[in-house]
Design a binder for this molecule. Structure first.
Ligand code: ACO
Length: 365
């Protein structure tokens, strides 16, 4: 561990690239092989095969405190408790965006002695997200149904309708796919906040702030904007070339760690097979992906830029019928259990994260 803590060089690594600053047993991201391992299981062996609540239990095993019983029941109870946080979200200023309302909801969650903090927060996320989305549209939030899974209840609370089984399965697969991913920006943020001794709600609210940016979790909305702007397969190559020559980045491509395809992109692409195939966006997305990969290889031959998770996140969530404004907040629903596990792991080290900086300003005369 702690290459960074021993890093006494005078030149800071931009973006801390390549520095190891924590030890974790939660997930391993092998950027050369294109592997993502969650506590010993490859992501492709978990997502689509293990329900979200069981995958969280796998990630949390012997680390994150839990109450008695199975996690599906604890999360259902957390959803019922979370209803008490809705008035704080409803009474907030009208101009707050969904993410800001989501953070308010997290902060307003009531205490409960039966559930642990991790269960209360992670279980509550579907209620908070659905309520934030409905309030934004001027609709009344819908009460949770504790007999449903997190994914099914989330879809039910968004629309009030009984969701299609295929949509539930696809959403569940998505939530598992994004559970945890090494020391990405939001997880690092969560660990920094947790290392100060702040509580889980504070660290989740802070991690959400880091997730919101377009270089991290904010990419899938712009991916869908790109797909819409291209409109048909024949326009892909010229549209992409124009973007690259204007110096703009293609959202959904490139990654700090992966020098090959992000394995989560394939897991989500496979999930599309669960959904109705008469959707013209599916073929369009594939054509755009091929055109983008070819253009990026030509424009940046020294930097391997491949499809990342956000490209097929956008395609999958859109095919499920989820509004693009909810893509990034929904990422937070799937990632919160990962953040919470990292917080516990960090607090177990008992060490404050406090790196050093190199002063580059003037000295007193
Ligand atoms: N489109 C075009 N060029 C790109 C892209 C892209 N998507 N990504 C990187 N590049 C180029 C950069 O312009 C840079 O070129 P240069 O060396 O000629 O200046 C080079 O590749 C290296 O880019 P960096 O920003 O140094 O690489 P970094 O590892 O910091 O960036 C990042 C990773 C932020 C994800 C980047 O690839 C990007 O901006 N992608 C688009 C946004 C996106 O899809 N984000 C989601 C990531 S997945 C997630 O966080 C859940």
């Amino acid at each position: 561990m702690t290459q960074a803590l021993n890093h006494s060089g005078l030149t800071p690594a931009p973006g801390l690239e390549g520095l190891v600053v924590a030890e974790t047993m939660l997930s391993e991201v092998d950027g050369q092989k294109g592997d993502l391992i969650l506590r010993g299981e490859r992501i492709e062996d978990l997502a689509g095969k293990t329900p979200f609540e069981d995958a969280v239990a796998h990630l949390w095993a012997d680390l994150v405190p839990r109450s008695q019983g199975d996690l599906r029941a604890s999360f259902a109870k957390a959803r019922e408790l979370a209803v008490a946080a809705i008035p704080a979200m409803a009474n907030a200023p009208r101009e707050l965006d969904i993410f800001e309302r989501l953070r308010l909801g997290i902060c307003a969650l009531p205490l409960d002695l039966e559930l642990t903090s991790g269960e209360r927060i992670c279980g509550a996320m579907p209620v908070i997200l659905a309520a934030a989305a409905r309030l934004e549209n001027g609709d009344q939030p819908i009460a949770p149904d504790p007999t449903l899974s997190s994914a099914e209840d989330l879809l039910h609370m968004l629309t009030g309708n009984e969701p299609e089984r295929s949509a539930v399965e696809a959403l569940d697969r998505y939530l598992v796919t994004i559970l945890d991913h090494g020391l990405n920006a939001s997880t690092f943020t969560a660990r920094v906040i947790a290392s100060t001794g702040a509580d889980m709600k504070d660290a989740v609210a802070g991690a959400m702030g880091a997730l919101k940016g377009p270089l991290h979790g904010g990419a899938p909305g712009p991916v869908l904007d790109m797909i819409d702007a291209i409109g048909e397969p024949g326009n892909a190559a010229s549209w992409i070339e124009q973007e690259l020559s204007a110096g703009r980045r293609l959202m959904g491509f490139g990654h700090r760690v992966y020098r090959t395809r992000d394995p989560r992109a394939d897991v989500l692409k496979e999930g599309l097979a669960l959904l109705p195939q008469d959707n013209p966006k599916l073929q369009l997305a594939e054509a755009i992906e091929q055109a983008a990969l070819a253009a990026l290889a030509k424009a940046k031959p020294d930097r391997k830029l491949e499809t990342n998770v956000e490209f097929y996140t956008a395609v999958l969530l859109d095919a499920i019928g989820i509004d693009r404004a909810l893509f990034t907040p929904l990422f937070a629903v799937g990632r919160t259990p990962g953040w919470c596990a990292h917080m516990v792991e960090q607090q177990r080290t008992g060490k404050l994260i406090r790196p050093a900086s190199r002063y580059a300003g003037p000295m007193p005369g």
